[in-house]
Design a protein around this ligand. Structure first.
Ligand code: F6P
Length: 527
């Protein structure tokens, strides 16, 4: 048994969970007409209603005791102080520096001069492009922006560009290409004018094969219509922590924007990684996004646990996963412009907290990150909600709902009514004689209600989830800021390339992989 599962706070929660096991949400509401107010918390543009979680006030007190036992406030302080909390890589995790308005941060290791200088360079580049003054090899203004990046170098700006669709001004068109499958790049380039197309190669390491392959194919596409030559460099920007590799690829020094080892890819939306986003919406809107996140940072840093949104969200997740046995977590935005949010959160939560050893390398005996999944409502109602209502899995849900927004109010009402109806059905269910028609209800859920989707509220929402991930990492005593698990697949892919291309099978190749490679090579020979 690990220290954590043996600890007083954990054992108290385990004992308490038995008493909550038979609880029904409908009874909890019947017994307390203030439950909706009591189990909700608001900050900024966000209101978190967790009254439909299977918790009582005692549960919450025990969860707060768990957070205190884990020294959550100490860990928050250490993160904000720039201590190397990413212990396996010996690095700080300073994404909050990217949105702070403090002149010097963190105390004793100021990164603000480079953050400010980069933001100013971003602003100049974005304004030049949006004014039509950034020109390609033939002198034509660059108006199509194609981001080439994957994981954290793609998902954040991709999600936010779609989320802030309504904030887009000007004629800049932004596309995102991530996949190693050439179909991704081909699909994006279809119909684009090479003379007016700018590529941003976004890669912290500048070694990620998918991104480099796409960058090489992008250059070939430009060469095909514009010819080779130095002027092609005008079609490339890079965002990276490895200036030397970007230079080697052919990007001009003044077109390279820095990243830093103290920002993880999945926490980098607030850096120059957001160049394509800022090009779509303008720097003023981007500043609003940062401001929203900054508000949430201050809230997280200072608010007591009982009113601290990221702490609440994180602790409720711990409750569902570790004490009620939930293995998955669904995120369902009732907001089509947030449709990329589940994919973004998948990396944020599962790459950060999909860990099986604690900070000291000891195997753990409790679950960590849930399998996060989801899609936008109402479409999701017609695909997977059946399982939520009548399936055998306990799948807690976060509904994300915007009360107001631009456009057709009647249509918004239908969307809101649908979201509210799903919450009501999940909680209350419906009795029926026929077991096929019976809906058991009692499914735990949160509702995150936003006033409206804006750059500011999006900044608050994303920072909320970032800090939630940190809270859970602290409780589980794992390092949320490394991702060693993805390295093995990358290395094996590099080793298997010669096997596919030339039949040079690495000696240690397993039987299944070997057979598949041989079959693929036979199939190709038949062409
Ligand atoms: O998937 C692994 C990973 O290292 C992510 O953490 C990262 O966001 C992604 O690859 C892309 O890395 P890079 O920005 O270095 O190309």
């Amino acid at each position: 048994m690990s220290i954590l599962t043996h600890s007083p706070a954990w054992r108290a929660l385990a004992a308490h969970s038995a008493s909550v096991a038979g609880a029904r949400l409908t009874h909890l509401f019947a017994a307390d007409d203030q439950r909706a107010e009591r189990f909700s918390c608001a900050f900024g543009q966000l209101h978190l209603d967790y009254s439909r979680q299977l918790v009582t006030q005692e549960t919450m007190q025990l969860l707060f005791a768990l957070a205190r036992q884990a020294d959550l406030s100490g860990w928050i302080r250490r993160m904000y102080a720039g201590e190397p909390i990413n212990n396996t890589e010996g690095r700080a995790a300073l994404h909050v520096a990217l949105r702070t308005d403090q002149v010097a941060f963190p105390a004793g290791g100021d990164v603000m001069p480079e953050v400010r200088a980069t933001r100013e360079r971003m602003r100049a580049m974005v304004e030049k492009l949006r004014a039509g003054l950034l020109r390609g090899a033939t002198g034509k203004p660059l108006a199509n922006v194609v981001n080439l990046g994957i994981g954290g170098s793609d998902l954040g700006p991709r999600m936010a560009t779609r989320a802030l669709r309504a904030c887009r001004k000007g004629g800049v068109r932004v596309f995102y290409v991530a996949n190693a499958d050439p179909a991704d790049l081909e699909g994006a380039l279809d119909g684009l004018d090479p003379q007016a197309t700018l590529f941003i190669v976004t890669s912290k390491t500048f070694t990620t094969v998918e991104t480099l392959d796409n960058a090489r194919r992008a250059r070939a596409w430009l060469e095909h219509s514009l010819g080779a030559g130095a002027a092609l460099a005008r079609h490339f920007l890079a965002v990276t922590a490895s200036e030397a590799r970007a230079r080697e690829f052919g990007v001009e020094a003044e077109c390279i924007f820095p990243m830093w080892d103290w920002v993880g890819g999945r926490f980098s939306l607030w850096s120059a990684v957001a160049l394509p986003l800022a090009m779509a919406i303008g720097m003023d809107e981007f500043d609003e996004l940062l401001e929203g996140a900054r508000d949430m940072d201050a809230h997280f840093h200072t608010m007591p646990l009982e009113r601290n949104l990221p702490a609440l969200l994180g602790l409720l997740g711990v409750w569902n996963i570790n004490f009620l046995g939930a293995e998955t977590h669904a995120v369902i935005p009732y907001c089509e412009d947030l449709r990329e949010l589940p994919a973004y959160l998948q990396q944020l939560e599962m790459e950060s907290n999909g860990k099986r050893v604690d900070r000291d390398g000891h195997e753990i005996d409790y679950d960590t990150a849930p399998i996060l999944w989801g899609a936008s409502g109402t479409s999701s109602q017609h695909s997977f909600h059946q399982l939520l209502h009548q399936g055998t899995h306990l799948a807690p849900v976060d509904f994300i709902v915007a009360a107001d927004g631009a456009g057709d109010g009647q249509a918004r009402d239908l969307l809101l009514a649908s979201a509210l109806a799903q919450g009501a059905a999940l909680m209350s269910g419906a009795p029926a004689e026929d077991p096929h028609r019976r809906i058991p209800g009692n499914r735990p859920l949160n509702t995150v209600l936003m006033e409206r989707l804006s750059a500011e509220s999006l900044g608050q929402l994303i920072a909320l989830y970032e800090h939630k991930v940190f809270v859970q990492g602290v409780i589980w005593n794992i390092n949320s800021f490394d991702q060693w698990g993805v390295e093995l697949g990358k290395r094996l892919a590099a080793e298997l390339l010669p096997a596919l291309r030339e039949g040079k099978m690495p000696a240690q190749t397993d039987g299944a992989t070997r057979a598949l490679i041989e079959r693929i090579r036979r199939l190709r020979r038949r062409r």
